[in-house]
Design a protein around this ligand. Structure first.
Ligand SMILES: [Zn+2]
Ligand SMILES: [Zn+2]
Length: 299
């Protein structure tokens, strides 16, 4: 950019107009200010720093995060199949090489967060690591009845043949600087996983928590109340979210946690109570869902 400006200073104005036109076409995209949570899933968002070595590389409606280090990077989530090339382009636009991504992680195995993983695995050569319940879904490109949204087609996605497992509580490391810890938070999907790590800017370090979706929604056939063990694991995951180290909360749907407003300085980025409140909302949502199933009657 600086070079282009210097050239402009040295050249005739008409040449500058052409250069400016070209750079306008290449300029970072923008997202609609009035978008709802359901908008912009496939649309390229401007890539940007969240804090320290944590970067937003996702779409306007779906989060993807790049956590960087001199010894290699970690990418979390792949959004939709259509958004995956935008994520790759965003990584490059920030000046990073996709081939330096060592691990690709996932929040949960639905098409809007895992549909782009196959493309991104090919683009990076990274190892995809997900919790055990998500492995078969990713390898097949298709979930099963254990997923509340199975009949809605939410688990249909391009297969990731070599997806490998990560255990609850396991910390994945890249070089000496990156350490990301997996936390089992199933319920919205069986393989639901939240991730935590620490990012620093100079002496200031913050705990980043990427918490998975917690909405208790399903296709017409699935009843949460028919699966008490699944509900118990759902509740344990919500308890886990409450206790995560959590200065900065990020979630798979950026508007759910007002992420862009927070990055623009229109709301606080740091909020130590955010994970606790996020879990409370999840609990209230689950209780409401179980109540409505009870009211509908037990077959
Ligand atoms: Zn989902
Ligand atoms: Zn989603």
């Amino acid at each position: 950019m600086r070079l282009a400006l210097a050239l402009c200073a040295a050249l005739a104005l008409s040449a500058c107009a052409t250069a400016a036109g070209t750079s306008a076409n290449d300029a970072a995209p923008t997202c609609r200010a009035d978008a709802t949570v359901m908008d912009g899933w496939d649309d390229r968002a401007p890539p940007r720093r969240i804090f320290g070595n944590t970067w937003y590389v996702g779409s306007c409606g779906l989060t993807a995060l790049l956590v960087t280090s001199p010894e290699g990077h970690v990418l979390i989530d792949g959004a939709t199949e259509a958004a995956a090339p935008h994520i790759e382009a965003n990584i490059r636009a920030l000046g990073f090489d996709p081939r330096d991504v060592k691990y690709i992680l996932n929040s949960h195995e639905h098409f809007d967060h895992a549909g782009g993983l196959a493309h991104l695995q090919r683009a990076t050569g990274a190892q995809v690591r997900v919790r055990e319940p998500a492995v078969a879904t990713l390898r097949r490109g298709q979930g099963d009845r254990s997923d509340p949204q199975f009949l809605e087609g939410s688990t249909k996605l391009p297969p990731v043949a070599d997806a490998a497992t990560v255990a609850d509580g396991e910390t994945l490391r890249v070089g000496r600087h990156l350490a990301l810890t997996a936390h089992a938070t199933p319920g919205h999907a069986p393989g639901g996983t939240s991730w935590t790590w620490r990012s620093c800017e100079g002496q200031r370090c913050l705990d980043i928590a990427y918490t998975d979706s917690t909405s208790a929604i399903s296709d017409k056939a699935f009843r949460y109340s028919a699966h008490p063990e699944y509900v118990a694991a759902f509740r344990r995951g919500l308890d886990t979210i409450t206790t995560l180290p959590c200065d900065v909360l990020i979630a798979p749907h950026p508007l759910v946690v007002d992420l862009f407003a927070r990055l623009d300085g229109r709301a606080p980025l740091v909020d130590a109570g955010a994970c606790r409140r996020y879990a409370e909302t999840g609990r209230a949502n689950l209780d409401k869902r179980l109540d409505s199933e009870r009211e509908a009657g037990t077959p």
